[in-house]
Design a protein around this ligand. Structure first.
Ligand code: GTP
Length: 403
């Protein structure tokens, strides 16, 4: 990193399973090809960094697990970012948020960190799951649709991913919806986030340094100098942020009157065969959680305002042993509709190796892995209004069958 160049920071947003890690892998490969040193700040809702297993181990990475950087661990984001930058001196940092993060709250934390280090927030890339968004649009209003809309609104670049799962007319319909929610961000349709690097360069101004005279190296078409374009862009985001802050505040004061305790189901039952789970909502207060040490499964209550993803449940379950592969695949296929995303590491009784499994909105994927550090067999489920005890029962059945 040069003495005078700011570290470029990009944030990746997008609903659960939309393709953020897939996009991250592409961006890291791109940085490598450019000779740029990249670092990653990874936020996962579960307690194990499963996405991190998919990132080149040579890339410096800070992990923020078991909370969401837009709320419960927002304060830590700036700290982690500063530490990462100080320790590794990267040219560029990519932040991958959880699939339920409010992007503007996350950007707020990055901007705060830039007061203490030479950082520049250069873009917010939102990856959109074409199939899932379309289904949500068909259903109409709902918290998940609102969260998707917020992630789309805040973006400086929209990657309309998984277009292999929809038709041409649906892509056009989706693009029109994205345009309605976000008038300025370029929209790049993609399959597995395969997007033209030049289109990304045009969309994310910080990827090219402007010349000392303020003109833009990459603009060979007589367009506006980058400095102005960039400034304009940031102003726009600020405006959007301001607008959103106001509505947030309104929401806050409304909720304030109705402040209520959430008594979440934090069962931490250690079953007979020592399977072990941890269930909670994403806004669980981490500090309180630590206070519970050893018995953090206890319910807790707090009068916080309702957050955008209060409706999202997380179930983390540590498997006690190998399971049959066909039974496991069937269990995934038969997951309740409310489970949007599942991922984890599993050992099968009928194969020699371990697998990273992915389940994203009804599609499954298995990747053979050989982790470099010890990782448990674990399954994380995220979704809306699904019964954790039902999913847990299905998992326990799998391990019981093998014992
Ligand atoms: N069919 C299809 N699958 C895709 C596409 N892009 C990614 N996937 C798959 O979708 C699953 C989720 O992709 P990820 O990149 O892990 O999504 P993510 O947004 O990082 O997920 P979370 O961080 O858990 O919210 C994986 O199994 C991917 O292989 C695509 O364009 N089409």
């Amino acid at each position: 990193m040069g003495e005078t160049n700011a570290v470029k920071v990009y944030a990746l947003s997008g609903f659960l399973g939309s393709g953020k890690t897939t996009m991250l892998q592409r961006m890291l490969a791109d940085a490598r090809a450019r000779g740029e040193k990249a670092a990653v700040l990874m936020n996962e809702s579960g307690e194990v960094n499963l996405d991190g297993l998919l990132v080149d181990s040579a890339v410096p990475m800070a992990e923020m697990l078991g909370g969401c950087i837009c709320c419960t661990i927002k304060a830590d984001l700036g700290m982690e970012l500063l530490r990462l930058v100080e320790e590794h001196r990267p040219d560029v940092v990519w932040i991958e948020s959880t699939g339920v993060a409010q992007p503007l709250a996350m950007m707020d934390a990055v901007t705060e960190a830039s007061l203490y280090a030479h950082l520049e927030l250069c873009g917010l890339v939102t990856v959109v799951d074409a199939r899932h968004l379309l289904d949500r649009m068909r259903v109409g209003a709902g918290k998940t649709l609102r969260l998707m809309r917020d992630q789309i609104r805040g973006a400086s670049l929209l990657v309309l991913n998984k277009t292999d799962l929809v038709g041409e007319a649906e892509i056009a319909e989706l693009a029109a919806q994205l345009r309605e929610w976000n008038a300025s961000a370029p929209i790049l349709p993609s399959v597995r986030c395969e997007v033209n690097p030049e289109a990304i360069e045009r969309a994310l101004p910080g990827r090219f340094r402007s010349r000392p005279d303020g003109t833009d190296e990459r603009r060979r078409d007589g367009g506006q100098p980058q400095a102005r374009e960039h400034g304009h862009h940031r102003e726009q985001n600020h405006e959007q942020m301001h607008e959103r802050d106001q509505s947030h505040d309104q929401g806050h004061s409304r909720n304030h009157d109705h402040a209520h305790d959430h008594a979440h189901d934090h069962n931490h039952a250690h079953s007979d065969n020592h399977d072990h789970r941890h269930e909670r909502n994403l806004h669980q207060d981490r500090d309180r959680n630590q206070d519970h040490s050893g018995s953090r499964a206890q319910g807790h209550s707090h009068p916080d305002r309702e957050r955008a993803h209060d409706h999202v449940n997380v179930l983390t379950h540590y498997l006690s042993g190998p399971v049959d592969s066909a039974d496991f695949e069937r269990m995934l296929r038969e997951l309740p509709d409310g489970v949007y995303r599942a991922k984890g590491i599993v050992t099968f009784t009928d194969t020699a190796s371990r697998f990273l499994f992915q389940y994203a909105y009804k599609e499954t994927d298995f990747l053979r892995i050989a982790p470099q550090k010890p990782v448990p067999d674990v399954a994380v489920f995220l979704g809306e209004d699904f019964s954790s005890s039902d999913v847990l029962a299905r998992l326990l059945k799998l391990t019981r069958q093998e014992n």
